[in-house]
Every structure is written in structure tokens, then in C-alpha cells.
Ligand binder design. Structure first.
Ligand code: ARG
Length: 370
């Protein structure tokens, strides 16, 4: 039989993904051909096609494997994928997000999860769809007071204002957990407080400098990125929150240390009794190391999964090796893979990576707020 033309623009992306997916999953050529035929049919009659659960599951895993900025990709195949494409009400969406938080947290034994909500419709050229407005499902609010001083996380200033406009009120502490804010396709945003019973947080204490403990610093257990889009075989999922566990430096060398975040290096130095007048003494560097010791030690003692950057870099090396033996070359973005603490002590610093973008992939999308 002569092959028909497949003019649908999405067919190329679709067939590329389906072919890769079915080969990796060890499905037969017959199965592949049958599936491609049905995708062509769906595209022709509806302008889009629907992933099977197997395709969605493997596609999400591949998007993680292709995340060039992520040092934790050794574990890509252990991702748990929750199919929430059927969710049609705000209450069900909130329930699915709460359930993600609960399962991913695992009482401290953190497991990588992704919850995938319905994709963009075929006619949705403006890419309005289901959207989660939070950057991460769990994050702290940031408030700017009259005198310009900031309480909480400065990275959350704009989103906190949105929450306040929607009618949410925080307590005004430096660690107010923001509400979940999301909208279903074509509908107004809604917000839900996350039940306290679902929130796992870690008090940050230093094993040798108890003066630091007095500051009452804490951080949440699970980073669940919720504002990125997921593209699989030409289908766009604009709401697909995902999580791994923390690498210590994300908290200790950035969130708590950056001057534009919690800016705690002077406080740490003070707790250590360091003199902070001159850069030359490297007080910042010494405080930075001890802040990171405090983060790792506190998570470990609380039984919450966390990885140090040396171990993570080693795991990344194993990922590279696995990829090579599977006939692929790991792609990566050096500037993100290299840890912000003692970079040159890890092999990543001394390597080069090709920053090629592959599909399936996670991608940045426009602000959810219209
Ligand atoms: N860097 C972000 C933060 O500090 C989290 C990004 C995702 N991190 C992860 N380990 N999966 O909150």
C-alpha cells in the first residue's frame, strides 16, 4: 500500500516521540506501527492526540533525563508519574496537589513525583490552559514594608502580592507558607491553604554553633517546581508539578545565603564569632561552609532526604556513564550543574557539556497571571 501523506504539523513531533518511547520500552515494531497509525487518525480528526499512560509515564521520565540544568538525573527512571489529566474541578485539582505533597514528602523519605494535569487543547493557540501560579507548591512569602525592608523570601514578593490581592492573608513571619494558587483552563484563579499536617519543615541548627539556632531558621522539605511546562511529543502540559529532593547547596549556598534571598552569611559569621569588617579574612566563605554544614546536618538529623554536592556530582558521573553505555551522550548546562560551593572539588567543574535541548522537555512559560 502506498503511504498517505501526514500533513498535520504535529505528526513529526508525535512520531519522533512515539518511536523513541516504544523502542526504549521494548515494544514491537507492529505495536509501534499500529500506534503511529492511530496517532495520525486522531491528529487528522481532532487536531491533537492523547498519550497512553505508558507514553505519559515514559515521556515525563525522558523530560527529566533531558533536563540539562539538573544534577540529579541518575534517578530519572524512578520518577513516579501521576496521571491527573481527568481533573476538571478546582476541588479535585487542590486534592491532587495535596496528594502530591503528601506522597512526595513520604514522612521525610522523599520520592520524585510528577502530577500531570490536562494538556493544552488543540485550538488553544494562546497557550492558556490549566496553570499553577506558584513557582513551587511550597514556598515562603515575602513582604515589603513601608520602609523598604523585607520580611520573608524576597524571591516571593511579586507572587505574595498576587496572593494578597486574591484575599489570602499571611501571619507576617519570615516563613509563611504561601497558598496554592491555580486556574483551570479558561477559568478564574482560586487559592487554597496547604493543610499544616502536610507540611514538613526542618529547623536549621548548627552542631557546633548553637548561637545560630537562636535565629529560628527553617526550610521546607520538598522543592516541587510547579510553573514549568512539560512537552511530550508535541503535546504541551502547562500544569505538571514535579519534585526531587534537595541538594544542600540550593538551600545553604543560595536560598539562605544570597544577599537577595535570606542573606544569612553575616548572622552565621556572628554566631561563629568571626570578625566581618574585611573581605580579606574570607569570613563569607567560612560562614558559607558552616551554613551548608548546618543545612545538611539538620536535614539528616530530622530524617529528611537531602544530598550533599560531592555525592550528587558523583551520582551525576554515574548518570553520564549510564547514558554513554545506552548509546547516548548526556547533555548538560555547565553553569547550572556546577555547585555554588567548592565547584572545582567536583569532577563537573573540569568537564564540558553539550547544552542541546531534546524533547520531551520541561520549559519555562509565560507568567500565569494574564
Ligand atoms: N533551587 C530550587 C530551590 O532552592 C529548587 C529547584 C529544584 N531542586 C531540586 N533539588 N529538585 O528551592
Amino acid at each position: 500500500m502506498k503511504h498517505v501523506l501526514h500533513p498535520h504539523p504535529q505528526y513529526r513531533d508525535a512520531s519522533e516521540f512515539i518511536t523513541l518511547c516504544y523502542r526504549e520500552l521494548g515494544k514491537s515494531e507492529v505495536e509501534l506501527d499500529m500506534r503511529l497509525a492511530s496517532v495520525r487518525e486522531q491528529l487528522a480528526s481532532t487536531g491533537t492526540y492523547e498519550h497512553t499512560v505508558d507514553e505519559l509515564t515514559h515521556g515525563a521520565k525522558l523530560a527529566w533525563r533531558n533536563s540539562n540544568k539538573c544534577i540529579g538525573r541518575l534517578f530519572w527512571d524512578t520518577l513516579s508519574v501521576v496521571d491527573a489529566r481527568g481533573v476538571q474541578t478546582e476541588a479535585d485539582m487542590a486534592e491532587a496537589l495535596f496528594s502530591h505533597i503528601e506522597s512526595a514528602t513520604g514522612g521525610g523519605v522523599i520520592r520524585p513525583f510528577i502530577t500531570v494535569f490536562a494538556p493544552l487543547a488543540a485550538n488553544d493557540t494562546a497557550a492558556r490552559g490549566n496553570r499553577i501560579w506558584n513557582h513551587q507548591l511550597i514556598r515562603y512569602a515575602g513582604y515589603e514594608s513601608e520602609d523598604g525592608s523585607i520580611i520573608g523570601d524576597p524571591a516571593s514578593l511579586a507572587f505574595t502580592r498576587v496572593c494578597l490581592e486574591l484575599g489570602w492573608r499571611g501571619e507576617g513571619t519570615p516563613f509563611d507558607v504561601l497558598p496554592l494558587v491555580f486556574n483551570l483552563a479558561g477559568r478564574e484563579p482560586v487559592w487554597f491553604d496547604i493543610p499544616k499536617s502536610l507540611l514538613l519543615e526542618v529547623q536549621i541548627r548548627h552542631p557546633e554553633y548553637p548561637a545560630f539556632d537562636e535565629l529560628g531558621i527553617k526550610w521546607y522539605a520538598v522543592p516541587i517546581v510547579s510553573d514549568m511546562g512539560l512537552e511530550i511529543g508535541g503535546i504541551h502540559y502547562p500544569a505538571a508539578p514535579f519534585n526531587g529532593w534537595y541538594m544542600g547547596t540550593e538551600i545553604g549556598a543560595r536560598n539562605l545565603a544570597d544577599e537577595r534571598r535570606y542573606g544569612l552569611l553575616p548572622a552565621m559569621a556572628h554566631a561563629m564569632g568571626l570578625e566581618t569588617a574585611r573581605d580579606f579574612t574570607l569570613w563569607k566563605d567560612r560562614a558559607l561552609v558552616e551554613l551548608n554544614v548546618a543545612v545538611l546536618d539538620s536535614y539528616r538529623k530530622s530524617g529528611v532526604t537531602i544530598v550533599d554536592h560531592h555525592t550528587a556530582a558523583q551520582q551525576f558521573g554515574r548518570f553520564e556513564k549510564n547514558e554513554r553505555s545506552s548509546g547516548r551522550e548526556a547533555t548538560g548546562r555547565w553553569s547550572w550543574l556546577v555547585p555554588p560551593l567548592s565547584p572545582a572539588t567536583t569532577p563537573i567543574f573540569h568537564n564540558r557539556y553539550k547544552d542541546d535541548e531534546r524533547s520531551p522537555r520541561f520549559y519555562y512559560q509565560n507568567d500565569a497571571k494574564p
